[in-house]
Design a protein around this ligand. Structure first.
Ligand SMILES: NC(=O)C1=CN([C@@H]2O[C@H](COP(=O)(O)OP(=O)(O)OC[C@H]3O[C@@H](n4cnc5c(N)ncnc54)[C@H](O)[C@@H]3O)[C@@H](O)[C@H]2O)[C@@H](O)CC1
Ligand SMILES: Nc1ncnc2c1ncn2[C@@H]1O[C@H](COP(=O)(O)OP(=O)(O)O)[C@@H](O)[C@H]1O
Ligand SMILES: [K+]
Length: 546
C-alpha cells in the first residue's frame, strides 16, 4: 500500500529532527542523486559526461536539487543549475559551485544575493534542458502556494511544456513533487512540469496519488529520510495487489455458495440488455457464490429466508443474461448485497419500480449495495456507508446538483477528491468516483486513489463490469462490512484495482472490450491472490481441513 501525508503533517514530522540537527536535506539530496545515477545508467550506460539541468526555485526544494546536483557533478556529470528566483538556497548554491556545476539565473543578479550569477533567458534555459539527459525539477516542493509555478519559474515551465517530447528528450525527475501541483489536493491548475519520475522524501504526498495531478508524477519513489510518520494519519492511500489479496474473500473447504455470498442484481432494461449481461457476468467471474438476477415482476418484497423458485419467464432481459451466463439464477430471494442501476433506463417504469423496491429493501435491511448509473437518481437523501455510489464525473455533478450544489462535470474533473468528499458528506454513502484514476471516499475519512487500468478501459460497458466486481466483493464480505462499514471503501478500491488489472491482462497494450475485461477476471483474481494470496489460500484450505 502506498500511503501519503499532507504537507502540514510532513512538516511537523520534520520539525523535531531539524531542531535536533538531523541533516534531512543532505539525506534527501543523497537519495535523489542516487535515483538520478540510476536513470543515467539506464539511459546511457555511463554517468561521466552525462548532462543534467537542475531547475532551482527559491526554497528548500531548490536546496535539495542543488545538493543533488553537487553530488552528481562530483561523479563527472556536467551540471547546469538554473536559478529561477531572486534567491536560492545558499548552502546548496555553494555546494553546487564548489563541485564544478555551472550556475546561471533567469533573474538579473538572482539566486545569489546579487553576487553576479550570469543571467540567461527562458529560451536558452529551455534549450539547455531539452538537450540534457536529465532535468531535475527543484522549483517548488511542499511550500508551494496555489497551483502552478509563477514568475520566471512559471515562464520556464511553460517553455518546457511547449518543447515537443521525444524518446530522446530528457528524463524529467521531480524533486519531492512535480513543481506546482496542489500538493495536498491533487489539483493541477497552472504551470506544472510533468515528470517521468518523482523522488519524494519521507512519505508520498496526496497530490502524487490524486487525480488530475498524479498524471504528472510518473513513477513515484519514496525515499526514507528518517521521518516518523507511522503514528500520523495518512491522507490518501493506494492499494497494491497484496493488499487486495488480504481483502478478497477466499473460500475454504466448509464454504458453500450461500456462505460465499449471494448478490442481487437489478441491471439493464430491454433496451439496454448488455449492462445486465456484463454486470451479472462480471460478478460470476469475480467469484461470487451466486448471482440472483431480478427481472420485473409484481412479486413485491420477499421475506428474508424465502427461497423462491426462479421465475420461469424473466422476460428477454433475463433470457439474455442466462444465454451469456447460465450460472445466474433468475428471480427474487435472499441476498447479502445488491448491485442496482447499471443500464437501467429511468424512463422504463417497470424497471424503475423494481429498482426502487430493491433499493428500499437494501437500505432498510442495511445491506451493502452498489448504486450505479440509473439508480443514482433514486438514492434516498441519507444512507449509510455500506451503500457505494459509483458515478463518473458527469453523474457525480448531476447528483450534487440534485442536492443544491451548482457543479459542472469539468469542475468534478478538476477536483475529483473535493467533489467525491462532498457527495459522501451529503449522502452518507461511500463514493467511488470513476475516471482515469478512481477516487474512493468512505466512512471515517478513508480516501483511496487507484490508477490501475489502461486508458483502453474507457469503453462502453466497463463501468457495468466494475459494478459487478464490487458487488461480488461486498456479497462475499457482507458480514465484515456489517461489523465495520469503514471496510467498504477499501473493498471499493480493491474492486477498482482488479478491474484495471483485468483490462491490462485482457489485451496487454491494446484495445479491450468490457466483455474481455470480465472474461479476464478469474485469471486476474488468481494473479492478485498470488501476490500473497497463495499463502492465504493455503491457510484457508488448512483451516478448512480442521
Ligand atoms: N526543511 C528541510 O530541511 C527539508 C525540506 N525538504 C525539501 O524542502 C521542500 C519544502 O521547502 P520550502 O518550504 O522551502 O518550500 P519550496 O521549496 O516548496 O518553495 C517555497 C518558496 O517558493 C516560492 N513560491 C511559493 N509558491 C510559488 C509559486 N506558485 N510560484 C513560484 N514561486 C512560489 C515562495 O517564495 C516560497 O517561499 C520540500 O518539498 C523538500 O523538497 C527536504 O529536503 C527534507 C528536509
Ligand atoms: N482514461 C482512462 N484510463 C483508465 N480508466 C478509465 C479511463 N476513463 C475511464 N476509465 C474507467 O473506465 C470505466 C468507465 O465506466 P463508465 O463511465 O461507467 O462506463 P459505462 O457506463 O460505459 O460502463 C470506469 O471504471 C473508469 O474508471
Ligand atoms: K519539485
Amino acid at each position: 500500500m502506498l500511503l501519503s501525508w499532507t504537507s502540514a503533517v510532513v512538516r511537523s514530522a520534520e520539525e523535531p529532527l531539524l531542531a535536533a540537527g538531523v541533516p534531512l536535506m543532505e539525506r534527501a539530496a543523497f537519495a535523489l542523486h542516487g535515483q538520478v545515477l540510476r536513470v543515467l545508467r539506464a539511459r546511457r550506460g555511463r554517468v561521466r559526461g552525462a548532462r543534467v539541468v537542475v531547475l532551482v526555485g527559491s526554497g528548500n526544494n531548490g536546496g535539495d536539487a542543488l545538493h543533488a546536483g553537487a553530488l552528481l557533478a562530483r561523479r563527472g556529470v556536467q551540471v547546469t543549475a538554473v536559478t529561477c528566483a531572486a534567491r536560492a538556497h545558499a548552502g546548496g548554491l555553494a555546494a553546487a559551485r564548489s563541485a564544478g556545476a555551472r550556475v546561471v539565473s533567469l533573474v538579473a543578479g538572482g539566486g545569489d544575493g546579487g553576487r553576479g550569477v550570469p543571467t540567461t533567458t527562458v529560451e536558452a534555459a529551455a534549450g539547455a534542458a531539452a538537450g540534457a539527459d536529465v532535468v531535475l525539477d527543484g522549483l517548488l516542493g511542499i511550500g508551494a502556494s496555489g497551483t502552478g509555478a509563477r514568475g520566471p519559474a512559471g515562464a520556464l515551465v511553460e517553455a518546457l511544456r511547449q518543447t515537443p517530447r521525444s524518446p530522446h528528450g530528457p528524463v524529467v525527475v521531480a524533486v519531492d513533487v512535480p513543481s506546482g501541483i496542489g500538493v495536498d489536493d491533487g489539483t493541477c491548475g497552472g504551470a506544472v512540469l510533468p515528470a517521468d519520475l518523482t523522488v519524494t522524501f519521507g512519505g508520498a504526498k496526496p497530490g502524487l496519488l490524486l487525480p488530475p495531478a498524479d498524471a504528472c508524477a510518473g513513477d513515484v519513489v519514496v525515499v526514507d529520510i528518517g521521518l516518523d510518520l507511522a503514528a500520523a494519519r495518512p491522507a490518501v492511500a493506494r492499494l497494491a495487489p497484496e493488499d487486495v489479496a488480504a481483502l478478497w474473500p477466499v473460500p475454504d473447504r466448509h464454504s458453500h455458495k450461500y456462505a460465499r455470498g449471494v448478490l442481487g442484481v437489478v441491471a439493464g432494461t430491454p433496451r439496454y440488455p448488455g449492462a445486465a449481461v456484463l454486470c451479472a457476468g462480471a460478478a460470476v467471474l469475480a467469484g461470487v457464490g451466486m448471482v440472483r438476477f431480478v427481472p420485473d415482476a409484481p412479486t413485491g418484497r420477499v421475506d428474508p429466508g424465502d427461497e423462491l423458485p426462479p421465475h420461469g419467464d424473466g422476460g428477454p432481459l433475463a433470457a439474455a443474461v442466462l444465454a451469456a451466463r447460465p450460472e445466474v439464477v433468475v428471480g427474487q430471494g435472499r441476498v447479502q448485497a445488491w448491485v442496482l442501476g447499471p443500464g437501467v433506463d429511468p424512463h422504463d417504469h417497470a424497471r424503475r419500480r423494481t429498482l426502487t423496491d430493491a433499493l428500499d429493501a437494501a437500505v432498510s435491511d442495511g445491506l451493502p449495495a452498489v448504486v450505479d448509473a440509473g439508480a443514482l437518481d433514486q438514492l434516498p437523501p441519507r444512507v449509510g456507508p455500506q451503500v457505494v455510489l459509483t458515478p463518473h464525473a458527469g453523474e457525480l455533478a448531476r447528483l450534487l446538483r440534485a442536492r443544491g450544489e451548482p457543479v459542472e462535470r469539468a469542475q468534478v474533473e478538476a477536483e475529483p477528491l473535493r467533489h467525491a468528499r462532498r457527495a459522501h458528506e451529503l449522502t452518507g454513502a461511500t463514493v467511488l468516483l470513476k475516471g482515469p484514476t478512481t477516487v474512493v471516499v468512505g466512512a471515517g475519512g478513508a480516501v483511496y486513489a487507484q490508477a490501475d487500468g489502461p486508458a483502453w478501459l474507457a469503453t462502453a460497458g466497463s463501468g457495468d463490469v466494475l459494478a459487478g466486481i464490487l458487488g461480488a466483493l461486498l456479497a462475499g464480505r457482507s458480514q465484515e462490512v456489517a461489523d465495520d462499514p469503514g471496510l467498504v471503501a477499501a473493498l471499493a478500491a480493491a474492486a477498482a484495482l482488479v478491474h484495471g488489472r483485468a483490462a491490462h491482462l485482457a489485451n496487454p497494450g491494446g484495445p479491450v472490450t468490457a466483455s474481455a475485461v470480465a472474461e479476464a477476471l478469474p485469471a486476474t483474481v488468481a494473479a492478485v491472490l498470488g501476490a500473497n494470496g497463495g499463502a492465504r489460500a493455503a491457510v484457508a484450505e488448512r483451516r478448512g481441513r480442521r
